[in-house]
Design a protein around this ligand. Sequence first.
Ligand code: MN
Length: 234
Amino acid sequence: KIGIPSNHLVHPNPRFGTNFVDYVQINYVEGIRQAGGVPIILPMGDPNDAETYLDSVDGLLLTGGQDVPPQLYGDEPIRELGETDIYRDQFEIALIKAAQAAHKPVLGICRGQQIINVALGGTLYQDIYVQQGTKLQHGQYPTAGEIPTHSVTATDGSWLQQNFGKRFLTNSFHHQAVNKLGQGLKNTGVADDGISEAIESGDGLLFAVQFHPEMMFKVHPEFVKIFQWVVDRT
Ligand code: MN
Protein backbone atom coordinates (compact mmCIF):
# COMPACT_ATOMS: atom_id res chain seq x y z
CA LYS A 1 0.00 0.00 0.00
CA ILE A 2 1.70 3.15 -1.23
CA GLY A 3 0.27 6.44 -0.01
CA ILE A 4 0.27 9.27 -2.53
CA PRO A 5 -0.49 12.63 -0.90
CA SER A 6 -2.71 14.63 -3.21
CA ASN A 7 -2.35 18.02 -4.76
CA HIS A 8 -5.38 20.29 -4.59
CA LEU A 9 -7.03 22.63 -6.98
CA VAL A 10 -7.55 26.08 -5.49
CA HIS A 11 -8.38 28.00 -8.65
CA PRO A 12 -11.73 27.99 -10.50
CA ASN A 13 -11.60 25.76 -13.60
CA PRO A 14 -14.01 24.73 -16.38
CA ARG A 15 -14.68 21.19 -15.15
CA PHE A 16 -15.22 21.74 -11.42
CA GLY A 17 -15.96 25.47 -11.18
CA THR A 18 -15.31 26.38 -7.57
CA ASN A 19 -16.03 22.83 -6.34
CA PHE A 20 -12.35 22.43 -5.54
CA VAL A 21 -10.89 18.93 -5.61
CA ASP A 22 -7.90 17.06 -4.28
CA TYR A 23 -6.26 15.05 -7.05
CA VAL A 24 -3.32 12.94 -8.17
CA GLN A 25 -2.29 12.68 -11.83
CA ILE A 26 -3.30 9.18 -12.93
CA ASN A 27 0.16 8.26 -14.26
CA TYR A 28 1.63 8.24 -10.73
CA VAL A 29 -1.19 5.93 -9.64
CA GLU A 30 -0.62 3.72 -12.68
CA GLY A 31 3.15 3.60 -12.07
CA ILE A 32 2.58 2.16 -8.58
CA ARG A 33 0.12 -0.39 -10.02
CA GLN A 34 2.60 -1.39 -12.76
CA ALA A 35 5.15 -2.04 -10.02
CA GLY A 36 2.71 -4.34 -8.18
CA GLY A 37 1.71 -1.91 -5.45
CA VAL A 38 -1.72 -0.67 -4.38
CA PRO A 39 -1.89 3.12 -4.64
CA ILE A 40 -3.81 4.95 -1.93
CA ILE A 41 -4.48 8.64 -2.42
CA LEU A 42 -4.16 10.66 0.79
CA PRO A 43 -6.21 13.87 0.72
CA MET A 44 -4.30 16.91 1.84
CA GLY A 45 -4.70 17.01 5.60
CA ASP A 46 -3.66 18.41 8.94
CA PRO A 47 0.06 17.80 9.62
CA ASN A 48 -0.96 16.67 13.11
CA ASP A 49 -2.74 13.71 11.49
CA ALA A 50 0.30 12.65 9.42
CA GLU A 51 1.18 9.71 11.68
CA THR A 52 -2.36 8.36 11.45
CA TYR A 53 -2.30 8.57 7.66
CA LEU A 54 1.15 6.98 7.60
CA ASP A 55 -0.06 4.08 9.76
CA SER A 56 -2.44 3.12 6.96
CA VAL A 57 0.25 2.68 4.27
CA ASP A 58 3.58 0.86 3.82
CA GLY A 59 5.42 3.58 1.90
CA LEU A 60 4.96 6.97 0.25
CA LEU A 61 5.20 8.47 -3.20
CA LEU A 62 5.56 12.26 -3.26
CA THR A 63 4.60 13.78 -6.60
CA GLY A 64 5.32 16.87 -8.68
CA GLY A 65 3.60 20.23 -8.51
CA GLN A 66 4.10 23.66 -7.03
CA ASP A 67 7.40 25.27 -6.10
CA VAL A 68 8.59 24.82 -2.52
CA PRO A 69 8.52 28.18 -0.69
CA PRO A 70 12.00 29.43 0.31
CA GLN A 71 10.81 30.35 3.83
CA LEU A 72 11.03 26.62 4.57
CA TYR A 73 14.81 26.70 4.11
CA GLY A 74 15.64 30.18 5.34
CA ASP A 75 15.55 32.16 2.11
CA GLU A 76 13.39 34.99 0.75
CA PRO A 77 11.37 34.64 -2.48
CA ILE A 78 12.88 35.87 -5.75
CA ARG A 79 10.77 37.07 -8.69
CA GLU A 80 11.21 33.80 -10.59
CA LEU A 81 9.53 31.75 -7.84
CA GLY A 82 6.32 30.12 -9.11
CA GLU A 83 3.12 29.18 -7.29
CA THR A 84 3.60 27.72 -3.82
CA ASP A 85 1.23 26.01 -1.37
CA ILE A 86 2.40 25.96 2.22
CA TYR A 87 -0.48 23.65 3.27
CA ARG A 88 0.76 20.95 0.93
CA ASP A 89 4.37 21.46 2.08
CA GLN A 90 3.50 21.19 5.77
CA PHE A 91 1.45 18.02 5.29
CA GLU A 92 4.10 16.34 3.12
CA ILE A 93 6.96 17.28 5.47
CA ALA A 94 5.00 15.81 8.39
CA LEU A 95 4.41 12.61 6.37
CA ILE A 96 8.14 12.34 5.51
CA LYS A 97 9.06 12.69 9.19
CA ALA A 98 6.45 10.10 10.19
CA ALA A 99 7.78 7.71 7.52
CA GLN A 100 11.34 8.17 8.76
CA ALA A 101 10.25 7.44 12.34
CA ALA A 102 8.44 4.31 11.15
CA HIS A 103 11.29 3.19 8.83
CA LYS A 104 8.99 3.19 5.81
CA PRO A 105 10.34 4.01 2.31
CA VAL A 106 9.67 7.34 0.62
CA LEU A 107 9.97 7.87 -3.13
CA GLY A 108 10.00 11.43 -4.47
CA ILE A 109 9.42 12.62 -8.02
CA CYS A 110 10.28 16.19 -9.14
CA ARG A 111 8.85 18.42 -6.40
CA GLY A 112 8.97 15.22 -4.29
CA GLN A 113 12.78 15.32 -4.45
CA GLN A 114 12.77 18.97 -3.45
CA ILE A 115 10.41 18.58 -0.48
CA ILE A 116 12.36 15.54 0.83
CA ASN A 117 15.57 17.58 0.70
CA VAL A 118 13.96 20.50 2.53
CA ALA A 119 12.36 18.19 5.13
CA LEU A 120 15.88 16.96 5.95
CA GLY A 121 17.30 20.46 6.32
CA GLY A 122 18.57 21.03 2.78
CA THR A 123 18.09 24.04 0.50
CA LEU A 124 16.91 24.58 -3.08
CA TYR A 125 17.61 26.79 -6.03
CA GLN A 126 14.38 28.79 -6.36
CA ASP A 127 15.22 29.11 -10.05
CA ILE A 128 18.20 27.25 -11.49
CA TYR A 129 18.62 29.59 -14.48
CA VAL A 130 19.00 32.71 -12.32
CA GLN A 131 20.66 31.25 -9.24
CA GLN A 132 22.82 28.41 -10.62
CA GLY A 133 23.30 29.96 -14.04
CA THR A 134 22.82 26.82 -16.11
CA LYS A 135 22.38 27.06 -19.88
CA LEU A 136 21.04 23.50 -20.06
CA GLN A 137 17.31 23.16 -20.79
CA HIS A 138 15.48 21.62 -17.83
CA GLY A 139 12.01 22.69 -18.97
CA GLN A 140 11.30 20.80 -22.17
CA TYR A 141 7.60 21.76 -22.46
CA PRO A 142 5.95 21.71 -25.06
CA THR A 143 8.07 18.72 -26.14
CA ALA A 144 6.09 15.58 -25.21
CA GLY A 145 6.69 14.21 -21.71
CA GLU A 146 7.78 10.71 -22.74
CA ILE A 147 10.59 12.05 -24.93
CA PRO A 148 13.95 12.05 -23.13
CA THR A 149 15.89 15.28 -23.64
CA HIS A 150 18.93 15.47 -21.34
CA SER A 151 21.53 13.09 -19.94
CA VAL A 152 22.02 12.01 -16.35
CA THR A 153 25.25 10.55 -14.95
CA ALA A 154 24.70 8.16 -12.04
CA THR A 155 27.13 7.69 -9.15
CA ASP A 156 28.95 4.33 -9.05
CA GLY A 157 27.32 1.91 -6.63
CA SER A 158 24.09 3.87 -6.33
CA TRP A 159 20.68 2.27 -6.85
CA LEU A 160 20.27 4.55 -9.85
CA GLN A 161 23.52 3.35 -11.47
CA GLN A 162 22.72 -0.30 -10.74
CA ASN A 163 19.32 0.03 -12.43
CA PHE A 164 19.86 2.60 -15.18
CA GLY A 165 23.58 2.39 -15.88
CA LYS A 166 26.28 5.00 -15.64
CA ARG A 167 24.65 7.38 -18.10
CA PHE A 168 21.11 7.58 -19.44
CA LEU A 169 18.67 10.02 -20.99
CA THR A 170 15.56 11.36 -19.32
CA ASN A 171 12.89 14.04 -19.55
CA SER A 172 12.97 17.36 -17.68
CA PHE A 173 10.19 19.64 -16.41
CA HIS A 174 11.60 21.75 -13.58
CA HIS A 175 13.10 25.14 -12.81
CA GLN A 176 13.92 24.41 -9.16
CA ALA A 177 16.47 21.87 -7.91
CA VAL A 178 18.37 20.68 -4.84
CA ASN A 179 21.14 23.05 -3.77
CA LYS A 180 22.65 22.15 -0.37
CA LEU A 181 21.86 18.53 0.49
CA GLY A 182 19.74 17.61 3.51
CA GLN A 183 21.13 15.44 6.29
CA GLY A 184 22.08 11.90 5.23
CA LEU A 185 21.35 12.50 1.54
CA LYS A 186 23.71 12.00 -1.40
CA ASN A 187 23.48 13.19 -4.97
CA THR A 188 23.42 10.00 -7.02
CA GLY A 189 22.47 11.45 -10.39
CA VAL A 190 23.56 14.72 -11.97
CA ALA A 191 22.93 16.47 -15.26
CA ASP A 192 25.98 17.72 -17.20
CA ASP A 193 25.58 21.19 -15.63
CA GLY A 194 25.85 19.70 -12.11
CA ILE A 195 22.13 20.02 -11.32
CA SER A 196 20.93 17.22 -9.03
CA GLU A 197 18.66 14.75 -10.82
CA ALA A 198 18.55 12.09 -8.06
CA ILE A 199 19.20 11.73 -4.34
CA GLU A 200 19.43 8.67 -2.10
CA SER A 201 19.74 8.40 1.68
CA GLY A 202 22.44 6.42 3.47
CA ASP A 203 19.80 4.22 5.17
CA GLY A 204 18.29 3.29 1.78
CA LEU A 205 14.80 4.47 2.74
CA LEU A 206 14.66 7.72 0.75
CA PHE A 207 15.08 7.92 -3.00
CA ALA A 208 14.03 10.72 -5.28
CA VAL A 209 14.43 11.83 -8.87
CA GLN A 210 14.06 15.25 -10.44
CA PHE A 211 12.79 13.80 -13.73
CA HIS A 212 9.34 12.32 -14.47
CA PRO A 213 9.23 8.49 -14.78
CA GLU A 214 5.42 8.61 -14.71
CA MET A 215 5.49 10.31 -18.12
CA MET A 216 8.10 7.88 -19.49
CA PHE A 217 7.14 4.32 -18.52
CA LYS A 218 4.46 3.64 -21.15
CA VAL A 219 7.02 4.15 -23.94
CA HIS A 220 10.17 3.35 -21.95
CA PRO A 221 9.14 0.49 -19.60
CA GLU A 222 12.46 0.52 -17.71
CA PHE A 223 11.17 3.61 -15.88
CA VAL A 224 8.69 1.40 -13.97
CA LYS A 225 11.78 0.46 -11.95
CA ILE A 226 11.59 3.84 -10.18
CA PHE A 227 8.14 2.89 -8.85
CA GLN A 228 9.44 -0.62 -8.15
CA TRP A 229 11.99 0.92 -5.80
CA VAL A 230 9.32 1.89 -3.27
CA VAL A 231 7.08 -1.17 -3.72
CA ASP A 232 10.09 -3.52 -3.20
CA ARG A 233 10.96 -1.84 0.09
CA THR A 234 7.56 -2.37 1.74
MN1 MN B 1 16.50 18.21 -15.49
